[in-house]
Write a protein that binds this ligand. Structure first.
Ligand code: NDP
Ligand code: GDR
Length: 328
């Protein structure tokens, strides 16, 4: 039997890069789908480009997806590509719907047409719980999304279930709670705080502007979460799983630990910027990951404090190296 092949959409993103590492370690042939750009954004996978294959296609273009699956013939497809930043979904709601919602159907249609035996993973999100209807949230908790992003993800979630029920495709939806790492996009709050704290400690900036400090999230460590994705596709039957830590913390606590780790008090540096408040906010999210623990044997090991320290240390090392003599 040949090497098992996995196709990852969104391989240039945080999760795509960790998932590629995870699958290479399990001896997969890894193919990453990338969209055409005038400059390549391969920063997160630079260390992997010799060991993976990259193929151009776009979630907005149905035929490119069909052709891609015909060329690559993967056994597993991980659909991680999306417009994933919640504030941008308020300013670009239609484009977010095209990528994050309809893009899922386009990929599922390609699977159905080319090879319905392909196992399919959809990157669903805790943002679908939004204005939470119960705490903690399980696979049975009713949804109430609070942003065009959350609404688009909910469509992607249900269309995945629908293709499973209609066509018997092995399709899973992982309802992942926030997961972070030094590879997180810079605009997300954890990376922004880690980077801001490190730069302030090094004298590179004075203060950090943030929005709602009271929002609480169930934050985990991204490299551990891609293992849950892989496990979902190795079961006897497809299902949906909540993946999180079962602990939540506020943005304020993240600031306290991040700045405290560098001997600083966040209250001296963090400023509220009303522009960063969202038209509708998700105040609190908390996972009950019992099903993932019991059925997948998955559980997270990195604590919240460790996660914050990992991110702050990575930023400190980066900015120490890039600090120029003028202190910029
Ligand atoms: P990122 O924002 O880091 O990565 C998104 C990826 O999608 C990038 O590789 C991007 O490519 C790609 N992409 C966007 N639009 C298209 C398109 N039209 N065609 C092809 N590729 C496209 O996200 P994360 O890695 O953090 O998250 C992965 C997935 O999981 C996303 O779907 C996200 O919504 C979801 N999710 C994330 C959670 C988290 O806490 N991180 C929690 C729950 C769900 P490019 O480099 O070209 O921009
Ligand atoms: P989220 O992540 O919206 O949960 O979506 P983000 O880090 O952007 O926000 C988390 C919370 O922090 C508050 N906040 C700020 N957020 C940002 N980005 N910038 C700020 O300055 C700031 N100040 C306070 C926010 O209001 C919010 O409450 C992420 C994405 O990865 C999604 O793709 C994914 O689906 C969900 O996590 C689960």
């Amino acid at each position: 039997m040949g090497q098992r092949c996995a196709l990852i959409t969104g391989i240039t993103g945080q999760d795509g890069s960790y998932l590629a590492e995870h699958l290479l370690a399990r001896d997969y042939r890894v193919v990453g789908m990338v969209r055409r750009a005038s400059t390549e954004s391969f920063e997160r996978i630079a260390h992997l480009v010799d060991r993976i294959e990259l193929e151009q296609a776009d979630l907005l273009d149905q035929l490119s997806l069909v052709n891609l699956l015909q060329r690559v013939r993967p056994a597993e497809v991980y659909n991680l590509a999306a417009q994933s930043f919640v504030p941008t979904s308020f300013s670009q709601p239609l484009l977010t719907g095209e990528f994050t919602a309809l893009g899922v159907t386009r990929m599922l249609e390609a699977v159905r047409l080319v090879d319905p035996e392909i196992r399919f993973y959809q990157a669903s999100s805790s943002e679908m719980f939004g204005k939470v209807q119960e705490t903690p949230q399980t696979e049975q908790t009713p949804f109430y999304p609070r942003s065009p992003y959350g609404v688009a993800k909910l469509y992607g979630h249900w269309i995945t279930i629908n293709y499973r029920e209609s066509y018997g495709i092995y399709a899973c939806s992982g309802i992942l709670f926030n997961h972070e790492s030094p590879r997180r996009g810079r605009e997300f709050v954890t990376r922004k705080i880690a980077e801001g704290a490190a730069r302030i400690a090094l004298g590179l900036q004075e203060d950090l502007r943030l929005g709602n400090l009271d929002a609480r999230r169930d934050w985990g460590y991204a490299p551990e979460y891609v293992d849950a994705m892989w496990r979902m596709l190795q079961q006897d039957a497809p299902a949906d799983y909540v993946v999180g830590t079962g602990e939540y913390h506020s943005c304020r606590e993240f600031c306290e630990i991040a700045f405290g780790h560098l001997g600083l008090d966040y209250r001296d540096h963090v400023r509220l910027d009303p522009e960063l408040l969202r038209p509708a906010e998700v105040e609190t999210l908390l996972a009950d990951p019992s099903r993932a623990r019991e059925s997948l044997g998955w559980s997270p090991t990195t604590s919240f404090e460790e996660l914050v320290r990992i991110m702050v240390d990575a930023e400190t090392a980066h900015w120490r190296e890039h600090k120029d003599p003028a202190g910029r």
